[in-house]
Each structure stands twice: as C-alpha cells, then as structure tokens.
Design a protein around this ligand. Structure first.
Ligand code: GBH
Length: 470
C-alpha cells in the first residue's frame, strides 16, 4: 500500500517538550513570558519542565526506536541557540544539544526533519516589535542561515515556520497564544505578511547558499481543515466555503505555490469590509513590494498539518467591528455525526484528509506532500488501551493510501502528532496527543507506550522495508 521509502514519522516541538527554559544560557521566548502570566494557560501551567527532553533526550530516542520511525520531526528553540535572537551571541550548549539529537537519530537510521520556528519567538525580538515589525524577517533569515550552516550537513528536510495561520490568528487576533495580542482585523494580516517574508528570505538563502552542497529541501508547514458547504445545494454555502478555504490555507499557499501574492478573493473581501465599516487606515492586507523577496516558488514540497473538518455557511458580516471573521464572512460547524476525539475542536473526519489532499494536488500544482502532523487526543481519565485513537489513526492512514493510489496525490510521508504527551499550549497538560504517555506527576517523567503507539508501530513495520536505506 505504501512504498518502502515512505517516511513514517512522529512530530514534536521545542517548547512543548524540552523544558530547561533557563538551562545553560537559553534566552526566554514569548511562550515563557506568556505561560508565566496568570490566566493564560489551563491551571496556569507552563513549559518550564514539560517532558524535560532537554535532559531526557535518550528517553525520547528510545521511544522513537520502539516505534520503528524512519523520520522524526522536531523544532529548534531559537532562543536556546541564539538567546537574544541574533547571531551576535551563540549559545554553544544549545548547539551541542541539537548536534547530539541529530547525530543520535542518524546513528539509529532515523532522518531528522527540523522546524526552525514553532511558535516560540525569542522574547528579545518580541521586545523589538516581534512579528509585527518588518525587520523580523531579516532576523529570521540570519537565524535560518545559522542553522543551515551548523546543522545542514546532516539535516535534509527543513520547515521554516510552523502554521503561519495559527501564529497570526491565535497570537494576534484571538490572543489565546503568545504574545496574547487582540488587535482584531489588523495585526494578524501584518504578522502573516512578515511570516511569509521571513520564510521566503530563508528559502532563498538556502537555495542560493546551501542547496548545491547540502542537497536538502525546505518548505513551511501549513495547517488546514477540510471544509465543505453545510448545504451542498446552496450556492451561498459553496461560495462561503471557497472564501473560508482562501482565508485559511489560501492565505499562505496561494502566494507560495500559485501567484506570489494573496488570493484576489481575499484582498477584495477585506477591502470591501474596510469600506463598509468606514475604515480609513493603511490597507489591512499588505502588499509585497519590489524590495520583498519573491514569494512564488519558495517551497520544495507541500507540508500539511491536518486534524479535522468543518461544514461552512455564510455568516459573520453582521459584525459591526473589524475582525477576520467578518472579512471572510463564513461560519464553521461540526457535523453532529462526526466523533469528537478528546479536545472539543477535534472532530475526526478521515475522508476529509483524502479530499484535502486531492484539493491540494489540483489547486497547488501537484506538489509532493508530507503530512507533517495528524493526530488524536484524549482528555480526562487516562486510557492506556485507547482503542478509539487506534481506529481513528488507522482509518486516517487508509485515506492517505487512497489519496495516493486512487487520486494520484504524491504523498511522501506521514508524521503523527505527537511522539509523546506534552504541553498543549493554552490547554496545558490537560490534552494528551502522545503515542507515548508521559507521567507528569512522576519526577522521572516516565514514557509509556499507549495502545495507539503499538498500533502505529505495527502499521510502520507492515509497510516499511527495514532493508532499505531511509
Ligand atoms: C497543531 O496545530 C500544532 O502545530 C501543535 O503544536 C499542536 O500541539 C497540535 O496542533 C495539537 O493541537 O478551538 O480556538 O482552541 C493544529 C492547528 C490550531 C487546531 C488551534 C486547533 C484550536 C483553536 N490547531 N485549533 S481553539
């Protein structure tokens, strides 16, 4: 069903697992600041220790080996490598840590996929204006070049930014992620713009300075739900669904894969709302200028994070204030027949992944695709024999196979979120996405495989020919 060189992975991110928030010269990040504020995170929990992967990396490696993964996706903590965010000051202990992780993975024939930025901006750069300031793109580019230079001899799969949509929307529109800003209808567009500029600069740096010698591939991870009209017979609902897709996946995928600029539908919808609400400031959706890096073509593959699906109908334009929801004029619903897995937003819709993959193939020029995250959670009482998550993951993986075989989508890998239970952002440790359970009440933070992990390991060993090199 899957080719023997298919990438079977699991994903994590630095702030969610590492702990060691002040260890060996690491600088603070916006998530350190945010989680230390009262009322931001479930029960005021934080990632100060998390899974303590900074000290317990060998334990993680054991988990990776037990699963039989061919790939492991991790992120670098920018402030662990560059405490003030700039290359003026390199933390060699941080370099040593990631060198060790990478070398250990390779020694076990596991290929690392590295995300440079997964929500944790160095606080020192936030203090200079963070993602709202255009200069951030140059800082990111310098950091990226530092990483290519230092680790690119061994890391061949790079993701610049994880989920620009979530960075922008949850960080600057809803304010439920760091830095906790709620400047509705304004800042998220500006931040999204700088995230894209930063990504593109880093891709161009790789392309011109490192590709020839290092021969790796660089992309950015885009998350998207599958969306379909609430009433498939309603033209209004069909149009709302199209708008919603354009405002979420299209916002970033269109510039990178199709035109080099934002979807026209998005720009006109925003302008229309600005007029209607009498907004007279500078255009809320910025334009790329001739001084900006070319955005088109800055991805060597399509990296998709998929979790769930929604039904969509028109709605939101009754809002009398500026906000992204009123711009996109679409409302999302969970179909009551879809099972919820753990956290309330996670309606499980395996066929949604197949449809989304087909949509990506048709819309974004048939790219090669890595599914860089997909997962299922539990909440409340611990369940080690979690048969439901097993079923959900195997039926989702089956849909991936169908997308490849029947729709001809060039899927090259699947990464489960997550290797182990970890700090689930605003939900703290209350939501568990792991293939391994982590006992946060035990000082040793012991890792134990869930049934879900065992099932995933079986799927991998069934499809992966261990005689092949990865
Ligand atoms: C991923 O985002 C993240 O990359 C990863 O770090 C995280 O641990 C994982 O999801 C699991 O959540 O209903 O307002 O609370 C996936 C995109 C964005 C989907 C936030 C859920 C919930 C918004 N996620 N969204 S809300």
């Amino acid at each position: 069903m899957f080719p023997s060189d298919f990438a079977w992975g699991a994903s994590t991110s630095a702030y969610q697992i590492e702990g060691g928030w002040q260890a060996d010269g690491k600088g603070p990040s916006i998530w350190d600041t945010f989680s230390h504020e009262k009322g931001r995170v479930f029960e005021d929990q934080n990632g100060d220790v998390a899974c303590n992967s900074y000290e317990l990396w060998e334990k993680d490696l054991e988990c990776i080996r037990q699963l039989g993964l061919t790939h492991y996706r991790l992120s670098f903590s920018w402030a662990r490598l560059l405490p003030d965010g700039t290359t003026r000051n390199v933390n060699h202990k941080g370099v040593q840590y990631y060198n060790r992780v990478i070398d250990d993975l390779l020694a076990c024939h596991v290929s690392p996929m590295v995300t440079l930025y997964h929500f944790d901006l160095p606080q020192a750069l936030e203090d200079l204006g963070g993602w709202k300031s255009p200069g951030i793109a140059t800082h990111f580019d310098n950091y990226a070049k530092f990483c290519f230079q230092t680790f690119g001899d061994r890391v061949k799969l790079w993701l610049t930014i994880n989920e620009p949509l979530i960075c922008a929307k949850l960080g600057y529109e809803d304010g439920i992620h760091a830095p906790g800003v709620k400047e509705k209808g304004i800042s998220a567009y500006q931040v999204g713009h700088n995230l894209l500029r930063a990504h593109a600069m880093a891709w161009h740096s790789y392309d011109s300075e490192y590709r020839a010698t290092q021969r790796g591939a660089v992309s950015l991870a885009l998350n998207s739900d599958w969306l379909e009209p609430l009433n498939p017979g309603s033209n209004e609902d069909i149009a709302a669904t199209e708008r919603d897709l354009v405002f979420t996946l299209g916002w970033f995928a269109w510039p990178v894969f199709v035109t080099g600029d934002y979807p026209e539908m998005m720009r006109s919808a925003i302008e229309h709302r600005s007029k209607k609400l009498g907004y007279s400031g500078p255009p809320r959706l910025p334009s790329f200028s001739k001084d900006d890096p070319t955005i088109l073509g800055t991805a060597d593959f399509f990296a998709l994070n998929y979790y769930t699906s929604r039904k969509v109908k028109a709605g939101g334009d009754a809002e009398q204030t500026l906000c992204m929801k009123s711009d996109r004029d679409a409302e999302e619903f969970i179909d009551p027949s879809w099972p919820i897995c753990g956290v309330s937003w996670l309606a499980v819709v395996p066929y949604g992944l197949r449809k989304l993959l087909k949509y990506i193939k048709d819309t974004f020029n048939d790219p090669t695709v890595y599914i860089t995250e997909n997962g299922f959670s539990q909440m409340g009482p611990l369940q080690m024999e979690d048969v439901q998550r097993c079923e959900f993951s195997s039926s989702t993986i089956l849909e991936v196979a169908k997308a490849m075989q029947e729709d001809g989508v060039k899927v090259r890998g699947y990464f489960a979120w997550s290797l182990m239970d970890n700090f689930e952002w605003a939900d703290g440790f209350s939501v568990r996405f792991g293939l391994f359970h982590v006992d946060f009440s035990d000082a040793k933070l012991s890792r134990t495989m869930y049934l879900y992990g065992q099932e995933y390991a079986k799927i991998i060993s069934k499809h992966h020919n261990s005689g092949q090199t990865h």
